[in-house]
Design a protein around this ligand. Structure first.
Ligand code: SAM
Length: 286
């Protein structure tokens, strides 16, 4: 198998296929030999698991996943990579590449068709331009997966791993903590990529836990409140909910009272439990 973390080999592939990196598609490929095995090992790639990878690049992480997992299904948007992957992943018979935008994939059907009898996890070095939408899409779709282990920009990792109820948190922090628990696994320097991006990265893992979810209608309201609150995070929550979501002021104020929350509260001050309780109170009064 080709050593895809060897710069000489990478340059040879680039030249042979006339490939040039697309900045717009977030193409920064891993060339640090230590990183992909670590992502695979810490991301549940083992014989019990089917792994969904998003964005193959030249297949560096794909190969490490395929060495360990039962099966890998990798979704890659850039068709120019397909002939390269035919060569670099030639020796594996447990990899399927789907040439598609992951945001347009029916991942429920994919899991059903490709991973019967297997546990499923997601592992990826995510394209940075679309990190949060991909993570939220996977969480909101309630996919039958155990974990999401992904490389993201360091700032995104800080936001994702912040504590809900602090200034560092955001709508995505609430989203991941609603659907599971998240932790940072390790940092990755910008020099680990080709071409090198302007920022460092980190690998995080979200362990999915769907036990503490709200009933569907309340969940919908909960996420509307979260999105509205964080889109105007410096405003008081009462202001955003009444002006932007058109919720009745009396309902919002009495729901805050029910939960002993001050009327001047901003969304970033509320813990997960208080946010959920507030959504329940408001829902009960609508
Ligand atoms: N896994 C490779 C690695 O670590 O070297 C490549 C990672 S690179 C940061 C992101 C990859 O995602 C690129 O191959 C890019 O073409 C692909 N990509 C970008 N947008 C995508 C999308 N919407 N759906 C699927 N793949 C996408």
């Amino acid at each position: 198998m080709k050593n895809l973390t060897n710069i000489g080999v990478v340059k040879e592939i680039l030249e042979k296929h006339g490939f040039n990196f697309s900045k717009g598609l977030g193409q920064n490929f891993l060339i640090n030999p230590d990183v992909c095995p670590k992502i695979a090992e810490m991301g549940n790639a083992n014989s019990e698991y089917g792994i969904i990878e998003i964005g193959t690049g030249f297949g560096t992480l794909t190969a490490e996943l395929a060495k360990r997992a039962k099966k890998v299904v990798a979704v890659e948007i850039d068709s120019r990579l397909l002939p390269i992957l035919d060569e670099t992943l030639e020796e594996f018979d447990n990899i399927k590449i789907i040439n598609k935008d992951v945001m347009k994939c029916d991942l429920h059907s994919l899991i059903k068709e490709e991973f019967e009898g297997m546990k499923v996890a997601v592992c990826a070095n995510l394209p940075y331009y679309i990190t949060s939408p991909i993570i939220m899409m996977m969480l909101e779709n309630n996919l039958p997966i155990d974990s999401i282990t992904v490389m993201v920009q360091k700032e995104a990792a800080q936001r994702l791993c912040a504590k809900v109820g602090t200034r560092e948190s955001g709508a995505i922090t609430v989203g991941v903590n609603y659907h599971g628990s998240v932790k940072k696994l390790f940092d990755v320097s910008r020099g680990s990529f080709m071409p090198a991006p302007n920022v460092d990265s980190a690998v995080i893992r979200i362990d999915i836990n769907n036990d503490k979810k709200l009933p569907a209608e309340t969940e919908k309201l909960f996420f509307e409140i979260v999105k509205c609150g964080f889109s105007q995070r410096r405003k008081t929550l009462v202001n955003s909910l009444t002006k932007q979501m058109n919720l009745d002021k009396e309902i919002v104020l009495s729901s805050l009272n029910d939960n002993n929350i001050k009327h001047t509260v901003r969304i970033e001050e509320l813990s997960m439990d208080l946010l959920k309780n507030l959504a329940v109170s408001i829902k009960n009064k609508l």
